[in-house]
Design a protein around this ligand. Sequence first.
Ligand code: FEO
Ligand code: CA
Ligand code: CA
Length: 680
Amino acid sequence: MKDTTDHIVDPSYDFTAQPGFEHGDERPSNFSRNPTFYDVVEARVSRRGVLAGGLSAAVTGLFAGGVSLLAAKKASAAPAMMGFEPVMMSTADAITVPEGYTAQVLVPWGTPISGDMPAFRPDNTGAEQGHQIGMHHDGMHFFPVDGSSTDGYLVLNHEYIEPRYLHGSWAGMELDGDTVVYTGDDTRADDEVLKEMNAHGVSIVRVTADADGTWSVVADPLNRRVTALTPMEITGPVRGSAHVVTKFSPDGTMTRGTINNCANGFTPWGTYLTCEENWAGYFTNTDAEQPREHARFGVSDEARGGRYGWHLAAGGAEEYTRFNAAATGASASEDYRNEPNTFGYVVEIDPRDPESVPVKRTHLGRFAHEGVVFGPFAAGAPIVAYAGDDSRFEYIYKFVSSAAYDPETTDGTILDEGTLYAARFNDDGSGEWLALAPGENGLTPENGFADLADILVNTRLAADTAGATKMDRPEWGAVHPQTGEVYFALTNNSRRIQAEVNMANPRALNEWGHIIKWTEAGDDHAATTFAWDLFVVAGDEKRSATLTGQPLDDTNAFACPDGISFDQDGRLWIQTDIGEDAQVGSLADFGNNAMLCADPVTGEIRRFLTGPLGQEITGWTETPDGQTMFINVQHPGGTTTAEDFAAGTFTSNWPDATAGAKPRSSTVVVRKTGGGVIGS
Ligand code: FEO
Ligand code: CA
Ligand code: CA
């Protein structure tokens, strides 16, 4: 029987108290037809002509569709997919892993890696921070030295900062997690701005394991920090266009820094890709009317706008004030009105050369780039990269290179020429890739798109025009190493109302998220059509469904999938990010953010790891032998109130575990006691 009483949202539900609801949001008012997820399932199943014999059969019918059967057919005989007992939800200020596993903290924020290796102190200077691991670890990749599984370079993103923990002199002040301290006349102290910029970006650090499997940092000439100040080259169609002319680079070929580096990618030619996600919030533009290149991404229009007020640095140095994107000069080459147009990209970094200049690859589009993940690299075939735009109602994209991959000669320049597409998910389970190219899908001068550079700088508007499907916040993607199936996490979207529900985003007020997957037509990643299905719909026992139609339970219930990664055997690792202020209401019952392991063939999911208080689990990489896994714990203690911060009482003291210790984002190394492939 279809459960008609279990509404996803009932009329008495206090939407205004939920995460994602902000001042100015209109409270949803249409509760007259709120079909549950199961109604959507039933509609989809009947459309497919599957015999629906009640709720469970209907749900099973949806999830046991052709795509998963294809996976079952193609997956190779793999080692044991899940040879561990699931861990239970946790509200402890600690990491928990299954019996037989160990978890070691590595490279917490402030760890010295370069220069004169300045030791971590709460009052480190801005310059010292430039030689230390940054804050708020996110996506990362392990680059082995000569294929080693005990020696390599860990390259990791630092997404953003929590200023109150960053600045030692702010101890005792009543500060929440976002607030920065201004001096009396609305200026920021220069060295604080420098420290904040140096705590952003990317770290490249050599790490090795001893005979016991304990990892540590090695002082190495390739260790390097890339920060919000590092000079970078702009390549691809936007290079040299009027959109990116600035006082720093009048010919539009260079910019400085990368910010809000969320997830990542890596290439077979040995480079690391870091993705600029919520960069728009760092800028402000108080001009009477913002250009669409700013407005469509949410650049602030307030004088004190800009996430950390960097543009108000007291000394007025241009490397700081450029975050003011107002037209203050006579022309674009005399101010920084175009500075925001130099952010929002995938940035390629060569960890083997500390002198190399990072490159912003503009053909992969400009948006809130969560991450980037490649399809299989096959000699003679184009390179295909998938990327999500993590904002409510934004899109999933893919880039297909013009040139074919050649293992001998290909380098990053292959990412500078090709076609960017946006995804349309049809309700019948089919999908289309809509080319974002001049003359295609309405992208003409008559419709306001002058050329390819204009399309790419305005990627979101181009995808709007092309008719892509508005998704529930696309986060990480992952490509199955054997079947080539593409998975994407859709973390949540509490603003989707019933009238906006579609089959790929099947819930109104979706606070728990889901994971979608698809197979490209003919198993060709360059294809322009695909077949999609849902892998898991997250939530508690009443509001979830796995691949087999079973609800999640206490061994695997989760909400807000964010990081997803396949290991080399095809286990899908799912990391959760219930917003740090949001473990309340309908999200109160999931415990601390966690990492789960899923079998993509059977759909089984087990909770593998839980994190400390106030954090999210994010970032994933493994050694070539699969016996060491690195994950990140980001923003522990983020739930500390302003009053408790003033009192020096933090919700988390992880990883130091001593009362009063500052919580610090860190990498965590997971190993099996005595060795063995993680998860097996
Ligand atoms: Fe940086 Fe969408 O998480
Ligand atoms: Ca994320
Ligand atoms: Ca997230």
